[in-house]
Ligand binder design. Structure first.
Ligand code: GLN
Length: 475
């Protein structure tokens, strides 16, 4: 986490000591040097240099926006008008975004520079970025390791200094888990905090745009720009957006009540070094006067099945729009309308996406709807209610982001359940809809980064970001 934050770079830009063109050039150089990591699917080199030159003029003229010169990469699930969008899938071959996602539009309005489109698991389905039609993303720390997923390209792009901030998406951990595997900070805000307009849907009641960066301050600033009401998304919250970037600067003088879930920290599935790293943070937090207590959360064992039932159900419905008729890939082997649908979808969706469409169709089928879908909805409500209850007594919940540090490419590819278990701790915040962040919390014996997850109550991103900064600074 050593390179300078945007907040710092902006001062240098304003003083004329560096330029946006220079910044873009240096990120393009990193992208070029590390093409083998496969983090970007498109790089908008000329365009971002031209834009940087314009923004440099604006800075000189004193008319530049809040994010002037911020170099951003966007996950291949977020629309950028007139640029390709494929969701890491062959099924969207040749598709060009017709409009900007609201989050993208707001970044552009504040003079951010979008440098490219980042690789990801197909439609966000995966935990290792091995489910992309464009091949896996490699972890820059060790190229035999996964980047995490599904926002793997977005994480590695930051890890390897290819951009300053990435927009990812988090449906069940896809921002936090790769952030943990790459030693970054990654925020999933409260569900509905950021408009989903222009975000290709995976599981709409879970999907959130999230932000990855080496610096919590930069996440705060970007969130402040992209969050908030939007007439194009009726599910987005109208709640006022605080000035996160200012609020996180206030001194950490408050003593919090913090809970950690006993069975996550004491889980047998947890790599021992992660357990000791979290224990160390807990001890440090106590030493500076916070109250930290272990709590039980008996519903924990239901969180992962609830997520996988509901997310696949929603995915099976959302992905029905990809039929080869209006856009994207169309099978050349079709003989009639039914075979057009069948062949297009069989040829162009990857195995994991097909598995989830089938699972989702099954749990929504007439005979099983009540047993699976309805039941999972009920359990989701119980989980949310109980999490909300915890926040009546505690300010934050701490837990690991992942059960292990980054694993080897191919290690879990043959066993989907083993892969789903990688999401054991991250899906909870999505099931409950509350905000959560992963922040770096030391390294394991092999020198691989460990992620600590901090979860807060609805719309408490300000408090969450400020506290995360405090935890990172604890030594
Ligand atoms: N790994 C989880 C899944 O495959 C989460 C993905 C995500 O957050 N997009 O569903």
């Amino acid at each position: 986490m050593e390179s300078a934050s945007y907040v710092h770079l902006r001062q240098l830009l304003d003083q004329g000591k560096i330029s946006c063109v220079g910044l873009v050039q240096s990120h393009l150089q990193c992208i070029d040097n590390k093409k083998h990591l496969n983090a970007f699917l498109s790089v908008y080199a000329d365009e971002s240099l031209q834009r940087a030159a314009v923004v440099d003029q604006k800075i000189k003229a004193g008319t530049a926006g809040k994010l002037a010169g911020l170099v951003v990469g966007i996950k291949d699930l977020i629309c950028y008008k007139d640029h390709p969008l494929q969701g890491g899938s062959k099924i969207l071959d040749g598709f060009i975004s017709q409009y900007n996602a609201t989050a993208v539009q707001r970044l552009l309005d504040e003079d951010a520079i979008i440098i490219g489109r980042q690789n990801c698991d197909e439609f966000g389905m995966g935990s290792s970025n091995e489910n992309s039609a464009f091949g896996p993303v490699l972890n820059d720390l060790d190229n035999n390791l996964v980047s995490g997923g599904s926002s793997g390209g977005s994480a590695v792009a930051i890890q390897a200094d290819m951009c300053q901030v990435s927009l990812g998406t988090d449906t069940g951990g896809s921002v936090r888990q790769p952030a943990a595997f790459c030693g970054l900070a990654g925020l999933k805000p409260t569900y509905s905090r950021i408009s989903r307009y222009g975000l290709a849907a995976y599981a709409s009641s879970f999907d959130c745009i999230g932000v990855l960066s080496k610096h919590v301050e930069d996440i705060a600033l970007v969130l402040e720009v992209i969050a908030g009401s939007d007439e194009n998304d009726s599910t987005v919250s109208r709640k006022e957006v605080p000035l996160y970037s200012k609020e996180i600067l206030s001194a950490p003088n408050k003593k919090y009540k913090i809970a950690y879930m006993r069975d996550t920290v004491e889980s047998h599935a947890l790599q021992p070094e992660i357990k000791s790293a979290i224990q160390k943070k807990i001890d440090q937090l106590k030493a500076v006067g916070h109250e930290v207590a272990a709590i039980d959360f008996p519903l924990n064992e239901y969180v992962l099945p609830t997520y996988y039932i509901l997310a696949t159900a929603e995915a099976s419905s959302n992905l029905s729009r990809y039929d080869g008729v209006r856009y994207g890939y169309r099978s050349p082997n079709a003989t009639d309308l039914t075979s057009l649908y069948k062949k297009t979808r069989s040829e162009a969706f990857g195995k994991e996406v097909q598995r989830r469409i089938l699972l989702g169709t099954f749990v929504l089928s007439a005979s099983y709807y009540n047993a699976y879908y309805t039941k999972a909805q009920q359990v989701r409500r119980l989980i949310r209610d109980q999490i909300k209850n915890i926040f009546k007594q505690y300010d934050f919940i701490l837990m690991p982001t992942t059960p292990t540090t980054a694993f080897r490419l191919g290690e879990h590819s043959d066993n989907p359940v083993e892969m789903y278990l990688a999401d054991l701790f991250s899906v909870q915040a999505n099931v409950a809809g509350v905000p959560a962040i992963s922040i770096p919390a030391g390294k394991d014996e092999k020198g691989l980064p460990i992620g600590l997850q901090v979860v807060a109550d609805d719309f408490e991103e300000s408090k969450l970001l400020r506290f995360s900064k405090e935890i990172i600074e604890l030594t």
